[in-house]
Design a binder for this molecule. Structure first.
Ligand code: UD1
Length: 438
């Protein structure tokens, strides 16, 4: 299993280029299931979750071509025929976002058979709101043997029917799943209390380019006029705001001078505002943020919220920063109930953090020292990388496959701006078993 070895102490200097947003790319790939024509997506990040989605779509019978490097991170997906509209547990369990195929499959094929995701490291993560919404659109749903089976009504021409949907709670992939389903429903759908994340708006831009009639994506009310078919399109994925935020924190934390290029600062407002409170200096241009870590950091409380609030996906990285800020920061996690697993690893590196339910109390200003630590989920891994960049000595981060799910070439990118980081295989390989006695 790969590990990252990081020697802390270097200020990050230079320019780092931000990749396409994984969380926009995943629903856009699922959207390709809605048409029998090719959908070409550009700026696709080269991360594990994209590869998982490729396998998922290919298993259904879609042709998926991934091109990297000179092909500009392009993928072409053609779901000409969908032999088996199913998503198996094997794939769904490694990536909960696989449930994004539920809406497109039932809308296009009249049937979907998708594994329930189950629990995960950061909380229960149910999909009840996806299911309720599909029922509102006229799908008949049964749950058996860990799978959801959704079918359309033959009496209604095997099409979903437009409806009014009010989400009980704001859900990002729930909004995306139902938005995709509604594009092919008969009649108009109005969705309220929708997620306003830029990734939802990006998906809607692709769907509209495919011939959908969507208005209001990116706001809390979305109107969709259903159409009978969608066609192929070409679309460029937005930059990854969480990757950008992670590098901005890295620049600030290491006392560096880092130009985070190819991002969309308009998507980073809450992050930049919070960092300004902690004393971080930034200079914002149209598509880049320069972070200058030459000021001492001071504590500031943080609440995670739905967009446009501070993203839960940046909470762990902010906690790494808070360990180095003067004073006490109270971090409240409002989106997921169990998203503080990085805290105990940061404590092992010398941080002073106490968890009280959904609140973490971080007493900053303690020196961090290198340790062997374990990544527990994608963003937790990022916070350990950040802590390691300022720790005294060589930190070994185990289970970096979590990091590989969502950060493209992170060690190359960090190395290019001055970090001392390397990836190794098993550092302590198991000794070969003694030959069996005969
Ligand atoms: C998406 C992001 C993830 C991010 C999260 C919150 C993708 C692929 N993933 O995840 O990186 O951390 O948004 O910004 O875009 N909920 C229910 N029932 C449902 C659906 C959700 O109760 O049917 C709850 C969840 O348990 C959670 C909250 O709603 O407490 C928000 O979850 P949601 O926005 O759905 O997260 P994801 O879309 O899974």
């Amino acid at each position: 299993m790969d590990k990252l070895v990081i020697r802390g102490g270097n200020a990050l200097l230079g320019t780092v280029r931000i990749s396409g947003a994984k969380n926009a790319a995943l629903p856009c790939m699922a959207a390709a299931l809605l048409t029998d024509e090719p959908v070409i997506l550009e700026n696709i990040p080269q991360v594990r979750d994209i590869e998982t989605t490729r396998k998922l779509l290919a298993a259904m019978g879609a042709e998926v071509e991934l091109g990297y490097g000179r092909a500009h991170h392009r993928t072409t997906i053609c779901a000409r025929t969908l032999a088996s509209p199913e998503a198996s547990y094997e794939l769904v369990k490694t990536m909960r976002a696989s449930t994004l195929v539920l809406g497109p499959l039932v809308a296009r094929c009249g049937r979907a058979h998708v594994s329930l995701p189950g629990g995960c490291a950061i909380g229960a993560r149910p999909i009840d709101l996806h299911i309720k919404g599909l029922e509102r659109l006229g799908a008949m749903i049964t749950q058996e043997h860990g799978y959801v089976e959704a079918i359309t009504d033959p009496l209604k021409g095997d099409r979903l029917q437009g409806a009014e949907i009010v989400f009980d709670k704001i859900t990002v992939t729930g909004t995306e799943d139902l938005l995709m389903a509604a594009t092919l429903a008969e009649g108009e759908t109005v969705m309220q209390n929708c997620a306003r994340e830029p990734e939802v708006a990006d998906l809607a831009a692709l769907l509209n380019a495919m011939g959908a009639k969507i208005q209001g994506a990116g706001t809390s009310t979305i109107h969709v006029k259903g159409v009978s078919r969608l066609h192929g399109a070409r679309h460029r994925i937005i930059p990854d705001r969480i990757e950008a935020g992670t590098f901005i924190v890295a620049g600030a934390l290491t006392g560096g001078d880092l130009n985070v290029a190819g991002c969309n600062p308009a998507h980073l407002t809450a992050i930049l505002q919070k960092l300004a409170e902690t004393g971080v200096k930034t200079a914002v241009k149209a598509d880049s943020v320069r972070v200058m870590g030459d000021q001492p950091l001071k504590a500031a409380d943080l609440n995670t919220e739905e967009y446009p609030g501070f993203p839960t996906d940046m909470q762990a990285q902010y906690m790494a920063l808070a360990t180095q800020a003067a004073g006490t920061s109270i971090i409240t996690e409002n989106i997921f109930e169990n998203r503080f697993m990085h805290a105990q690893e940061l404590v092992r590196m010398g941080a002073d953090i106490k968890i009280e339910g959904r609140r973490a109390i971080v007493r900053g200003g303690t020196a961090l020292s290198a340790a062997a630590v374990l990544a527990s989920d994608l963003r937790a891994s990022a916070s350990l990388v950040l802590a390691a960049l300022v720790a005294d000595g060589e930190t070994i981060i185990d289970r970096v496959y979590h990091l590989d799910r969502g950060y493209e070439h992170i060690e190359e990118k960090l190395k290019a701006v001055g970090a001392e980081i390397r990836r190794v295989g098993d550092i302590f390989p198991k000794r070969a078993a003694a030959p069996a006695r005969t």
